[in-house]
Design a binder for this molecule. Structure first.
Ligand SMILES: [Ca+2]
Ligand SMILES: [Ca+2]
Length: 984
């Protein structure tokens, strides 16, 4: 919860992972880094922002020191910056996990201990303070990298390529390493018009370029972000793609931080760095036992769910107390150390089973504090799990106490009447927020309790939910399913079955992957009104598919549920984890929500999983939605392990809760190079001498492709609150912005091939009705304000696919002026059946590049102006007849022939009035038809008429020999010599 106070960022939390070995150098270097970063940021932001205070959270695994304060609401899981080892042995690249798009805050910055302690890395990343500012801009302002490891070069014309960078004024040399110490100049490949693979841009160590921090903060001259005047719009980087060709400084100046600040005239003070140490987990359950808890079986479900928490979720070594409350509060148990199973059992026996009286939430919270204060001098860093189903207008009376307590309050709202202010307690303390309905089909209360695991970063002890499912099962009927136990989990595995009516358990059959059977005889049955059967698998559970079958032996239909939890199998192998979250936790209709699920093993993204979000409203109505990691719609990056989707199916006002199910089927965990990192500089040119750094260490495929096998996960994503939903909603949700538009010049014709992922009727769900495509030489014209007035592309014949489907469209540019190296930008938007128009897409860039013609005897050469002009399908205006000498893409005779005979080909006689006039209008069509050899007015260009055929014969007879000779190589040459360039 970083605050901005008069330009100073306060309360930035940097947390060290408990697995990092104690090293004071890490802490000392963090202090130096922040101090340097503050001054650098202050100057880079024109004296607007600096770092005022930072809290470093030391893990409990480090020795205690008197200068360490106790943590309050800070935790590893919520930290802005984490210090943790990379999962693989390589990879000290600092990076920021970004998921929300341009201008949106990221999740965290990750530094490795080696990055913070190994000074030799300064040569490749620059000083740590500068790197921190680079990452901070990612995290805080949602700007993106201005380099691109995947597209390191872009073309600017014939045999001309440039390094992807900002500003373009950064100077250097393009070199190709041959052997250690030996380099040569890079070549531009004619096929791509880019530098060959392996070519590196080596910047001059000394230069004058002042921008940009998001490109190469390590250059001593770089002290600024790229701004409107020096931003490089041609660079094929994420900043241009995701921020629509705006400079990083423009994005920063559009932030709310900028609105809430002003230039500071005096130098800012040095940052204050405080050191806090994490402590043992101390938690008190504060449970509502008011009269309303007796309805809808709530008190029984509370016991079922709280039992799962006490027996299966809370980590060994934690301290737990229990308080119940109605109009008054009562201590059921003082803090007990979870040292063994009998303590867990003792605590569950103290869970409430009866309910009556009123609801006084503040009394419950205060008594929870009392329980903690009996053992500790204050409540800092302690947690309260507050469950209530009741209305209580008096919550605000204890807001101040809660705020001053330094404790974290997690809230669980049960049923539709839980107090509206409840979440405020969680919001002010950084606690989790859950809601559970009275619908038994959803297992919501068990999911809520299962989601309250420690945020210390010590995942080796974490309980992980593998399955959570409920079904209404008819008398005598079966409820079957499969749970996959993968090799990253398996310790302390519990299968829990609950039912809601019969006093006897249902028939239970559970078969492990080796065929071993478990029945109700193996389960511990609680035949009191709690109705739970629990099986704890001893040792490490067998890896593979566990099949379960439950038969309802009761005379009437009843709800049966299964919950499976487990802990990691080994301290050395991180488990696959699922973290669901939303873009916001309160939403006003008609804004859309975005649902995310981050799936990872260690810091590796897990890709290829089936991810389903289940959103339930207060009345128990559920909506299921697949989440995707394809880099379209709500998902900004493909294959980063963050699966995303818009959610707009709001049925009513109030709380909604989110649950995510994940199934991985024999998928590999794959390392995707993290975006939003600091650039690894291959070397510098110093006084004309190239000095290379050691090459960037890369993990091998074998190391990355650790086969994960199948896995199952279920995770609660907490709750959100929606207001303003009308009683009879109409369609107000437009198709989402298309973010993955790409364009290339089709290789064998004078056509642009546009491709993108179809948006939906409502953002990325459903099916839109039509598209609008615009084009311009200036991408800025294709933004919202001027999109309508930009030149339209005729989209006749273009149909709309269902959301998520990759589709393409070939567009024939009749009259397009194309100078060599000129850029043409396209943008697209979708419109739904209710005329809601989506935002214009990213502007995709095509670079028109014609290469020099090879000196073949029959082809036109660079000096053969007339011929090349006449046959060039790309040169449609007289203005270009001269430049076209070198510009046609007819590099083989076969091609020139086909160009010459193309009925679509325009001739020198044709002067186009508009530089970028597409064939969308009748004018364009007329123009085009005017220059046809036939002079036909039919705009249908696909028909070859008689006159054309004559032309074919004439042309063919003139150059027939060449056709024969070169027919087999023409395709190859064409592709080599004409180079489509995509914008990204
Ligand atoms: Ca993604
Ligand atoms: Ca719609």
């Amino acid at each position: 919860m970083v605050k901005l106070n008069n330009g100073g960022f306060e309360d930035i939390v940097i947390a060290i992972n408990p697995a990092v070995a104690e090293d004071n150098k890490i802490v000392n270097n963090i202090k130096d880094m922040i101090k340097e970063a503050s001054a650098y940021l202050f100057s880079a932001t024109e004296q607007r922002f600096y770092f005022k205070s930072v809290k470093v959270v030391i893990p409990l695994t480090w020795a205690a020191k008197p200068e360490y304060d106790r943590v309050t609401i800070e935790s590893y899981d919520k930290a802005d910056v984490i210090v943790a080892k990379p999962y693989l042995k390589y990879g000290d690249d600092p990076y920021t996990l970004q998921y929300g798009g341009c201008g949106k805050q990221g999740r965290y910055i990750h530094f490795t201990p080696n990055f913070l302690t190994n000074d030799s890395l300064h040569a490749v990343y620059g000083s740590r303070g500068r790197v921190f500012v680079h990452e901070w801009a990612h995290l805080r302002w949602g700007v993106f990298d201005e380099y691109n490891n995947d597209a390191p070069f872009y073309t600017t014309g014939i045999k001309q390529a440039e390094a992807t960078r900002c500003s373009a004024g950064v100077t250097g040399q393009y070199i190709f390493p041959i052997s250690p110490g030996k380099t040569r100049k890079c070549k531009v490949e004619s096929r791509t018009q880019l530098y060959e693979a392996g070519c590196q841009f080596i910047p001059d160590k000394t230069q004058t370029a002042q921008a940009s921090i998001m490109y190469m903060q390590s250059l001593s001259s770089v002290t600024q972000f790229c701004n409107e005047s020096n931003h490089n719009m041609k660079a094929t980087n994420m900043q241009n793609k995701l921020c629509n060709y705006r400079s990083t400084w423009e994005v920063i100046t559009n932030s709310s931080d900028f609105d809430n600040s002003a230039p500071i005239t005096v130098p800012p003070p040095d940052p204050t760095i405080s050191l806090l140490q994490a402590q043992d987990r101390v938690l008190c359950l504060v449970l509502d036992v008011s009269g309303s808890m007796a309805s809808s079986n709530r008190i029984t479900r509370l016991k079922q769910a709280a039992e799962i928490f006490l027996l299966q979720i809370i980590e060994a070594g934690s301290w737990v107390g229990i308080v119940t409350f109605n109009h008054v509060a009562q201590i059921e148990s003082d803090l007990r150390l979870i040292s063994n199973d009998s303590v867990r059992q003792t605590l569950t026996a103290l869970l409430p089973t009866t309910a009556n009286g009123g609801t006084t939430i503040c009394a419950g919270v205060r008594t929870g504090f009392q329980v903690i204060l009996k053992k500790y001098p204050n409540t800092k860093g302690c947690e309260i799990v507050l469950l209530t189903d009741g209305e209580d207008g008096g919550i605000s009376y204890c807001f101040d106490e809660v705020r001053n307590s330094g404790s974290i309050i997690h809230t669980i709202a049960l049923g539709p009447n839980a107090a509206k202010d409840l979440e405020t307690l969680a919001n002010m303390t950084g606690g989790l927020k859950f809601s559970a309905t009275d619908s038994l089909d959803s297992n919501g209360l068990i999911d809520a309790f299962s989601g309250i695991s420690s945020e210390s970063g010590n995942i080796s002890q974490r309980s992980i939910q593998l399955e959570s499912k409920s079904h209404s099962v008819g008398s005598g009927r079966w409820f079957d399913g499969t749970v996959t136990i993968d090799k990253t989990v398996g310790n302390d595995t519990f299968f829990v079955v609950t039912w809601n009516t019969s006093i006897y358990p249902p028939g239970i059959l559970l078969i492990d992957p080796k065929g071993k059977k478990y029945t109700h005889n193996n389960f511990v049955i609680d035949n009191t009104n709690v109705r739970t059967a629990r099986l704890n698998i001893s040792g490490t559970a067998e890896v593979g598919d566990w099949e379960y079958s439950f038969q309802n032996t009761h005379s009437t239909e009843q709800i049966i549920s299964i919950t499976v939890t487990s802990r990691p199998a080994s301290v050395s192998v991180p488990p696959v984890l699922v973290k669901p979250y939303m873009n916001q936790d309160t939403n006003k209709y008609p804004n859309a929500m975005v649902i995310y699920a981050e799936i990872s093993q260690g810091f590796l993204p897990v890709i290829g999983a089936n991810v389903t979000a289940i959103v339930e409203d207060e009345k128990g109505k559920t909506e299921e939605l697949e989440l995707y990691d394809y880099g379209s719609g709500a998902d900004i990056l493909m294959y980063d392990g963050i699966y995303s989707r818009y959610f707009t199916s709001f049925t009513q006002n109030g709380r909604y809760n989110l649950k995510v199910r994940v199934q991985g089927k024999d998928k590999n965990v794959r390392l995707v190079r993290r975006q939003s990192q600091a650039l690894y500089i291959p070397g510098f040119v110093e006084n004309g001498v190239i000095k290379m750094n050691s090459p960037r260490p890369e993990a091998t495929e074998d190391e990355i492709q650790a086969n994960l096998g199948s896995f199952s996960r279920v995770a609660s994503g907490g709750s959100f609150v929606v207001s303003g939903v009308p009683s009879n909603p109409t369609d107000v949700f437009p198709p989402c912005q298309i973010t993955d538009l790409e364009v290339e010049l089709a290789a064998d014709d004078d056509e642009f091939l546009l491709s993108w992922t179809a948006p939906g009727n409502d953002y990325d769900v459903g099916q839109a009705e039509r598209y609008e495509i615009k084009m311009s030489e200036n991408p800025l014209e294709l933004r919202d304000a001027s999109f309508d007035s930009a030149t339209s592309v005729n989209t006749t014949g273009l149909t709309v696919e269902v959301a998520g489907v990759k589709q393409s469209f070939q567009y024939k540019s009749e009259n397009l002026t194309k100078e060599n190296g000129s850029s043409i930008y396209f943008a697209i938007r979708a419109i739904d059946g209710s005329n809601n128009a989506g935002k214009p897409s990213n502007a995709a860039r095509a670079v028109v590049v014609f290469s020099t013609l090879p000196a073949t005897p029959t082809s036109s050469t660079g000096t053969s102006t007339l011929l090349s002009t006449a046959i060039s399908p790309n040169n449609t205006t007289t203005a270009h007849t001269t430049s076209s000498a070198i510009s046609p893409n007819n590099t083989t005779t076969a091609h020139t022939t086909s160009s010459a005979i193309s009925p679509n080909n325009t001739t020198t006689a044709h002067t186009t009035s508009s530089a970028i006039s597409p064939n969308n209008t009748t004018t364009a069509h007329t123009t085009s038809s005017n220059v046809k050899p036939t002079g036909a007015n039919d705009p249908e260009i696909s028909v070859i008429n008689d006159t054309t055929k004559i032309v074919i014969i004439v042309c063919a007879s003139v150059i027939i020999i060449c056709v024969i000779v070169s027919i087999t190589i023409c395709v190859v040459h064409k592709r080599r010599n004409r180079s489509p360039q995509t914008g990204m």
